[in-house]
Design a protein around this ligand. Sequence first.
Ligand code: UD1
Ligand code: UDP
Length: 387
Amino acid sequence: MQKKIKVMMVFGTRPEAIKMAPLVLQMRKYPEHILPIVAVTAQHREMLDQVLELFKIHPDYDLDIMAQGQTLFDITGRAMKGLDTVLTKENPDLVLVHGDTTTTFAGALAAYYHQISVGHVEAGLRTHNKYSPYPEEMNRRLTGAIADLHFAPTETSKNNLLAESVGEEDIFVTGNTVIDALHHTVRDDFEFKDEFLKHIDFKKNRIILVTTHRRENLGEPMRHVYKALKTLVEEIPDAHVVFPVHKNPKVREVVKEELGGLDKVHLIDPLDYEPFANLINRACLVLTDSGGIQEEAPSLGKPVLVLRDTTERPEAVMAGTVKLIGTDRDRVYNEAKKLLTDKEEYKKMSEAYNPYGDGKAAKRIIDAILYRYKKLDTPPEAFKAAK
Ligand code: UD1
Ligand code: UDP
């Protein structure tokens, strides 16, 4: 019998888990060719566990590294140490990492130290500014420098890799697995179980869905955004903010100070992915500094105001569904107000557009791996965004 490919998937935070879950599920369909192993660093704890539970993933290894107030050094050091042990024990043929977190970079570096091949899922996104987002831009670039296989979600990300002299034969344009995950989850007849969400009247009220967590926005920039939101809901009668607040205490503290106790601002804990994705689908407008939400909302036809100065995801900006607005208080207020009061503006930004995927990314990634390891004769066809 031919030897199976032992593939270890390493991830640690909420967005990595959401975007790796479709791969974990898909890989189980190839037991004759692939032996999948899941190793989580648990850089996030509760926010990771929410996703593992939803997709019924039981990791083979859980390094459980999260500590309150962890620094980049803590995460990198603990993840490297734990992964050294796991890689020594399993010696996989291929390690798959995802995206741009510190777990991603540590996973790639640990595999490289063991001289194990690395596949980078969601490869090639760039802002070309090493401090924005920080440290994600460098995490992604450094992972790219180590990777042997690059799964670029779009043609744009492939071109970024080609410009860095990555060999064309090592790049596969697959679409983003986040759209696979979204297909699993969003339904027009979805019923919220949560008491609060269940009772929102989406016909009478317009919901502004907000999330913030970027390191470079901690402190004053976030404060400016929150002040703008406060004015907005005071002025527009049917506008309500729903804000699932990230577990980071540095975010929670400022949110509470600026927005705590306001009638029309609903501060809630991070939502499970299923209700969250369905809430995007019912919201009127999204304000966020998240990467993943910038991909999800456009495909559900929801305008997104991105609370950042740069983005590594230019496709939806070009298409007009996403606007980069930064964190200046007046700008946030003006841009959001325009969308809530100008029907034409709103309509222009709410065309559903799907530059990031078609729900088949996980299959393409696995086919690319099978092709690379000579279990398939032809590579998968590249993902092409519908115009
Ligand atoms: C991390 C990633 C970021 C990604 C984000 C997704 C790095 C450096 N940052 O940022 O790229 O966009 O995840 O959300 O890799 N916490 C909990 N429980 C949890 C999760 C977090 O209590 O389930 C708290 C802890 O106190 C932790 C803090 O949040 O110290 C920050 O977590 P950390 O992973 O260091 O940074 P994020 O801002 O979440
Ligand atoms: N998300 C979630 N619950 C929430 C907020 C976000 O499940 O309360 C999901 C969201 O749908 C997206 C991902 O988490 O898929 C984005 O994670 P985050 O914004 O933390 O990280 P980023 O994408 O910026 O790295």
